[in-house]
Design a protein. Structure first.
Length: 222
């Protein structure tokens, strides 16, 4: 490889392209751990994706060595910093691949364990029909109990709301009684309240009459 600046730039461009491809494949590879009913053995797509990731990491490693030789020849601080970053990304990618492989294997182990447990239960029920019927009755009993518990919870909430409304009603009645009692004890308060009410009614009548007059005038002149 050339030790010129052009050679370094081309190597860095190739390295960034490989890193981008690796990130994209990581996203694809991670989805194998979340598929429903993950198969007991890895699929062809899964093996192909893993193989592509390993090839990309090997190419990243080779480019890292080439960049290392270029940086050594030029003794540039900037190139050394760029090289360090590429090496860090390479290590991160290796750790990510290892993590995803473990995650997929754990998901496969859990699925296999659940499948084995279900198979054992089905085999037990097939060989013991009385036990299967008893389990069914227990399941029905559990569902009925859950329904009753839910109904009791709803009724309890309804009773609590009704009690709250009753307390609020008693509070409002008590406040009304205190206001009425206070009005009766203060001389002239009832009379003042009556005059205010009468003034409001009079003002309402005047305003209504004025609006009616304006409406008639509008009809007359239109």
């Amino acid at each position: 490889m050339s030790s010129t600046g052009t050679g370094w730039a081309q190597l860095r461009q190739q390295a960034r392209s490989l890193e981008s491809q690796t990130e994209t494949l990581f996203h694809t590879y991670s989805q194998f751990a979340s598929v429903p009913n993950i198969p007991a053995k890895s699929s062809e797509d899964e093996r192909s994706t893993e193989s592509k990731l390993q090839d990309l990491l090997e190419k990243e490693s080779q480019l890292s060595r080439l960049l290392d030789s270029e940086a050594t020849l030029t003794a540039s601080a900037l190139k050394q910093n760029n090289l360090s970053r590429h090496k860090e990304i390479l290590q991160e990618h290796r750790r990510e691949l290892s993590r995803l492989k473990s995650q997929i294997q754990d998901a496969r182990n859990r699925a296999n364990l659940l499948s084995n447990v279900r198979s054992d239960i089905d085999a037990y029920h097939s060989n013991n029909p009385e036990a299967a019927e008893a389990d069914y009755m227990l399941g029905e009993r559990s569902r009925i109990d859950n329904s009753h518990n839910m109904a009791d919870s709803v009724l309890s909430q309804a009773y609590a709301v009704n009690e709250s409304f009753g307390l609020q009603r008693e509070t409002l009645l008590s406040i009304n009684r205190r206001i009425t009692g206070a009005a009766a004890q203060v001389p002239g308060l009832n009379s003042l309240i009556g005059r205010i009410s009468a003034k409001k009614r009079r003002d309402g009548i005047i305003m209504g009459s004025f609006i009616a007059l304006c409406f008639l005038a509008f009809l007359y002149f239109s």
